[in-house]
Design a protein around this ligand. Structure first.
Ligand code: AVJ
Length: 310
């Protein structure tokens, strides 16, 4: 892969401020995607299994709320089991529209979906979903659009960007449309911290792999052994802060840019926001949605919410 110049500029830019940071999108090279799959199977990582169980337990009610002949627009490529549960149960779907920035990833998963659901029209859209994008026209006229955003991926974004994203989803849902979204909840901090500090060390490997990815594909020269994984939950901000902490005074280069990093200094690689039901409802309302239904597991670890347009 040849480095994209604007991506390189963004990476350099993120490392040039007083708080060094690299976007979590750089976790997901081939190895990173594989490590994330392993994370979802970890006993400590409650998010994926809990969300999947919520989907399975409430799929009839969800299907009822969605109604017939909807167009399902997934923000993300849609390779998850949760998507399959939905596609299996929604009735007379007009189309399935996965939206993702990675053309390769998108088309590979669209092909898998087509093979498994030959009766559903699959219309993948290559787009950066943080910006409005044009929807394709299905053969069957949709009665309404349902935007699907699983995985609590919304939690990766800081408030202003999360709001912008909700507004894009509101726009893409269109008149009469709705949003089905997975939202992770605030809870006992120990449960949250353990989910990001698993005993098998997979999350650490996932975090450190970002440096290997930049070394391989973006001309960086990080000494990966001189960094360690750190993930702390800040209950006052309701978010996990995931970082790579330098173990020495050292320097590294990316393309033509050179950086110094001090012993103990951290590169921020990800936020994972956790919400209260009220806090999320407030954001939803501000973006033009009303929370119509919330499904949770018995322990209230995670929520799947159905929002309609005001
Ligand atoms: C994919 C953004 C939902 O925040 O839990 C998992 C990513 N990072 N372990 C999350 C992640 C470290 C994950 N999301």
């Amino acid at each position: 892969m040849t480095p994209d110049t604007t991506e390189l500029e963004q990476i350099v830019d993120g490392l040039s401020g007083s708080q060094k940071q690299i976007s979590p999108k750089y976790f997901y090279d081939e190895r990173g995607s594989q490590l994330f799959d392993e994370i979802t199977q970890l006993p400590e990582y409650y998010l994926t299994n809990t969300e999947l169980a919520i989907m399975r337990d409430n799929i009839d009610a969800m299907s009822e709320l969605v109604g017939k002949q909807a167009s399902l627009i997934e923000f993300g490529s849609g390779s998850s089991l949760k998507t399959r549960v939905l596609l299996e149960h929604l009735s007379e779907l007009a189309a399935y529209v996965p939206v993702d920035i990675s053309r390769e990833h998108l088309h590979a998963s669209a092909d898998e979906i087509r093979e498994r659901f030959p009766h559903i029209e699959v219309l993948p859209v290559v787009a950066d979903f943080t910006q409005p994008f044009a929807l394709p026209t299905p053969i069957v006229m949709p009665i309404r659009n349902i935007v699907y955003f699983p995985g609590s991926t919304i939690g990766n974004f800081e408030h202003e960007i999360a709001m912008a994203l909700l507004r894009v989803m509101h726009q893409e849902a269109g008149k009469g449309g709705a949003l089905l979204i997975g939202v992770d909840l605030q809870k006992d901090p120990t449960i949250i911290e353990n989910a990001y500090n698993d005993s098998a060390g997979i999350t650490a490997e996932f975090n450190l792999n970002m440096l290997q990815h930049l070394n391989r594909d973006y001309g960086a020269n990080f000494d990966v052994d001189e960094f360690v994984h750190r993930a702390n939950y800040d209950p006052s901000k309701g978010r996990v802060v995931i970082e790579l902490v330098s173990q020495a005074d050292q320097s590294f280069e990316i393309g033509d840019a050179r950086f110094n990093i001090a012993d103990g200094e951290a590169i921020l690689t990800e936020y994972s926001h956790k919400y209260t039901l009220d806090g999320f409802a407030e954001m939803a309302n501000e973006a033009g949605f009303v929370v119509e239904k919330i499904w949770m597991d018995a322990e209230k670890l995670f929520s799947v919410q159905f929002l309609t347009r005001k």
